[in-house]
Design a protein around this ligand. Structure first.
Ligand SMILES: [Zn+2]
Length: 397
């Protein structure tokens, strides 16, 4: 049975209201916050004092230019609580710390082929990277208060990685438990494409649409679906597995157990093999994050006009367009954004994807679909992860 809201709950709610107001419009005085929130000045002053003590807010020097009694502008404290984001992907791991204002304060990426490691060793290595990045941020005066882990696979609601089609052997891995125990922090775990889509929503260049699908390509292919400014997770949290939509029923077998899935036709390794950059799949760390890696070579060849590379990218774009058109016919989303490797190769992928959408989306005449490129680069997942920690802190007041 629901209880009436007690004094404590009301106070918590009002603290969150004030904090959100400062986050959305920094540099307001107490008086301006009272006007904006509808709370009394006395209430706002008390809450602001609490938020200053909790180091969630900071106060700037009073604005002497204004008439009458100057009010001190309030901002989120950039040197207080912070969020840690971690990404465990197929061929790299990455971690970053964001301060309350959303600035990246520490970041590291490490190339590692997790297909060649046991889950225990892979998780251990990611924890050590996360600890180093946390230490960097804390040496800079921040206090990491929580972590969120993004992983290339299906995650359940208690933070267990159920299955990662591109990481054989990584099944039922308790990532949340392992990170939580080692780092002594509250930890959440999510699919990496979901976190990248949240980063797009929160940090994308304006005007950032509130309805879009972000299609991220690495070795796997994932999609994060945002509808009306909210991440759409599906009933069990498994929505967005665009990489396992079939685009060629006679195509190569996939780690998910099926064959002809999109990521086998248009994923990073399929493109590299087809372009002749590598001879076969899975033999080297081809790393999106590697500045001199195979992906950089793919980009170089495409830019130089190499015919085989252009053909490989055109074929990948066509397969992507077929899968995305099917998705749009079912879900009706007006904007497609390319992320990760696909953003880097967007120059050659947008046209073939758009051509398929123009041919296959039944509502195209009345609701044309825009195809664009995310500007967030390969940091999207870790930034989104760290930002979920920050946002939860602000929402809870
Ligand atoms: Zn598959």
């Amino acid at each position: 049975m629901s209880q009436p809201a007690g004094q404590h709950t009301v106070r918590q709610h009002n603290r969150a209201l004030v904090l959100r107001q400062v986050a959305d419009a920094p540099r307001q005085s107490r008086a301006q916050l009272a006007l904006a929130t509808g709370l009394t000045r006395a209430t706002v002053s008390g809450l602001v004092d609490e938020l200053l003590v909790a180091e969630l807010l900071a106060e700037l020097s009073p604005d002497r230019g204004s008439r009458g009694r100057p009010g001190s502008p309030l901002i989120l404290n950039a040197n207080g609580p912070a969020g840690l984001g971690v990404e465990v992907n197929v061929d790299y791991i990455s971690a970053c710390v964001l301060d309350l204002t959303g600035q990246i304060r520490a970041r590291q990426t490490e190339l590692v082929d997790n297909r060649l490691t046991t889950p225990a060793a892979g998780v251990d290595r990611a924890i050590r990277l996360a600890q180093r990045v946390r230490a960097d941020a804390e040496a800079d005066g921040l206090t990491v208060v929580g972590a969120s882990i993004g992983v290339a696979g299906l995650v359940d609601s208690v933070g267990v990685l159920r299955r990662a089609p591109n990481l054989p052997g990584w099944q039922s891995v308790d990532l949340g438990g392992a990170f939580g125990d080692a780092m002594r922090l509250p930890v959440t775990v999510d699919n990496e494409a979901n976190l990248a889509a949240l980063a797009q929503l929160w940090f994308g260049e304006s005007p950032q649409p509130r309805d879009f699908v972000l299609v991220s390509g690495e070795i796997g292919v994932g999609a994060g679906v945002v509808l009306d400014g909210q991440l759409y997770r599906g009933v069990h949290g498994h929505a967005g597995e665009l990489g396992h939509v079939v685009v060629d029923p006679a195509g190569p077998s996939c780690g998910c157990g099926a064959n002809g899935c999109l990521e086998q036709v248009a994923g990073q390794e399929a493109m590299l093999v087809k372009a002749g950059v590598v001879a076969e799949r899975g033999v080297i760390s081809t790393g999106l994050a590697a500045p001199d890696g195979a992906v950089a070579e793919l980009h170089r060849r495409a830019a130089a006009g190499d015919a085989r590379t252009r053909q490989a990218l055109g074929d990948a774009g066509t397969a992507l367009g077929i899968a995305i058109a099917g998705f749009i016919n079912v879900v009706d989303v007006p904007v497609v954004l390319l992320g990760g490797l696909y953003a880097r190769l967007g120059e050659w992928l947008v046209a073939p994807i758009s051509a398929e959408l123009d041919r296959r989306v039944v509502s195209r005449e009345w609701a044309p679909v825009e195809v664009g490129v995310s500007g967030l680069g390969s940091d999207a997942c870790v930034r989104g992860a760290a930002a979920t920690v920050i946002n939860a802190l602000i929402e809870s007041g």
